[in-house]
Design a protein around this ligand. Structure first.
Ligand code: KG4
Ligand code: ZN
Length: 339
């Protein structure tokens, strides 16, 4: 008989719950996006996010259980992303998960949201993918890992400033494309020429596996509006905006793909698992596929719905459950990765 896990995700601006088995097989994956609430502010407002989680989490959990056809009293373990993220937002999920685990008398399992983005690739594959190189490209993180096993994450490199997703969001704001930025930039870029602007590819020829995207964002700002700050804050009409979007997107893709290639070579591994919201970007996925084929490596990249934030990727909890790695009753929310 299967063990049923109920998982909760509230680290940023998606209120999410999922039900999966110990295999793991996902039975339900419900995500209530808060995009509508944050769009008018042009970014996620932490307090608004936390309040919305409070209002939405129980209905989202109910819906996940209903879709899975699992009653609350059949749940055998509760999993929650407790780090990293917005602390007020994380606390809502952590408090709810603790309460459920206590009331049901079942183990509570803490899952790291960044590691879970890599685990989403394992979940989608339906079989073991470790050891592998893990690449997480999200709104808050851009990190490369050596992952000998499903619970072992050795950092190979990370962004020293902005995350790739954050750069997409900021460039979208510069170009007047709205929020959330990633999908909007991808749509705009589809009609543009990626060679029109030569934007910087930071650290591309550097041996380190670290990233930097803040210079790229500034280069886009200067290309659009000039360096003197006196130019009008609007783009010339015509093809400029799609060309800027496409050239920016290509610069991000070139760096991410090349660093992932180096991580494969350095570790000698032939498996690459990619996750996080930016992994939903189609030209990026296509470039990764070409690189992996070049390197004779297998690429594991989840379908779009498992790239952006969700609770199903907390199925990494299954690995912890097998090793009896329960969370303590005083489990806290930790905003920083690795802190
Ligand atoms: O993983 P995620 O949903 O949340 C975090 O953990 O941060 O990632 C969100 C980020 C945002 O910055 C968003 O703009 C970006 O992923 N994103 C994309 C695309 N879809 C989402 N970036 C580029 N292209 C996309 N299609
Ligand atoms: Zn995420």
């Amino acid at each position: 008989m299967s063990l049923y896990f109920l998982a909760v995700e509230t680290s940023c601006d998606e209120t999410a719950a999922a039900v999966f088995t110990d295999e793991p097989v996902v039975l339900a994956n419900v995500v209530a996006s808060q995009t509508d609430l944050h769009a008018r502010f042009g970014g996620v407002v932490p307090e608004v996010a936390a309040r919305a989680h409070l209002q939405r989490l129980l209905p989202v959990i109910d819906e996940a259980l209903r879709k899975a056809g699992v009653r609350l009293d059949q749940v055998g373990a509760v999993a929650v992303h407790n780090t990293p993220g917005l602390v007020g937002a994380l606390l809502v999920g952590v408090s709810a998960a603790k309460m459920l685990a206590v009331v049901l008398g079942v183990p509570l399992i803490a899952v790291n949201h960044v590691e879970a983005h890599v685990y989403a690739a394992r979940l989608a594959a339906g079989h073991d993918i470790f050891p592998c190189v893990g690449l997480v490209v999200s709104g808050g993180h851009t990190s490369l890992f050596h992952c000998p096993g499903p619970l072992e994450f050795e950092l190979l490199g990370a962004t020293l400033d902005d995350a790739a997703g954050e750069a997409f969001d900021k460039v979208a704001a510069l170009l007047g494309l709205g929020f959330p930025g990633g999908p909007a930039v991808e749509r705009e870029a589809a009609g543009g020429d990626a060679t029109a602007f030569r934007f910087p590819r930071s650290f591309l020829h550097d041996d380190r596996l670290d990233f930097s995207f803040s210079g790229l964002k500034t280069a886009v700002l200067y290309a659009c509006f000039g360096q003197d700050g006196k130019s009008p804050l609007s783009l010339p009409p015509g093809r400029t905006r799609p060309d800027v979007a496409a050239s920016f997107q290509q610069a991000v893709i070139d760096v991410l793909v090349e660093k992932a290639r180096r991580a494969l070579r350095r570790t000698g591994l032939k498996r690459l698992a990619v996750g996080g919201g930016v992994a939903a970007n189609r030209p990026f996925r296509a470039a990764l596929e070409r690189m992996a084929a070049d390197e004779g490596a297998e690429l594991f990249i989840p379908p779009l719905a498992l790239c952006t934030d969700n609770a199903a990727m907390a199925a990494q909890a299954v690995e912890k459950w097998r090793r009896r790695l329960w969370a303590p009753p005083d489990l806290d929310a930790r905003p920083n990765y690795g802190a």
